[in-house]
Ligand binder design. Structure first.
Ligand SMILES: [Zn+2]
Length: 67
């Protein structure tokens, strides 16, 4: 379980719903989409749209398990 560094630039993966490392878990709470770390549940981002929350979370690293 070593933290790995992911390149911030690179070919964008095809948009799929299959879970993978780095894909945040999305929750719809109180009118906002909240993206959380799928491993520890730490909140990574929140936005009004699901896509925005997901994209924002994808750019961020989890401060807990991917620091
Ligand atoms: Zn985490």
């Amino acid at each position: 379980m070593h933290p790995e560094t992911y390149p911030t630039t690179g070919p964008a993966p095809t948009h799929a719903t299959a879970p993978s490392m780095g894909m945040a878990a999305l929750f719809y709470l109180h009118g906002r989409w909240v993206a959380a770390c799928p491993v520890c549940g730490c909140q990574l981002a929140s936005a009004r749209s699901q896509r925005r929350a997901e994209r924002t979370a994808r750019r961020r690293r989890c401060p807990v398990c991917r620091a």
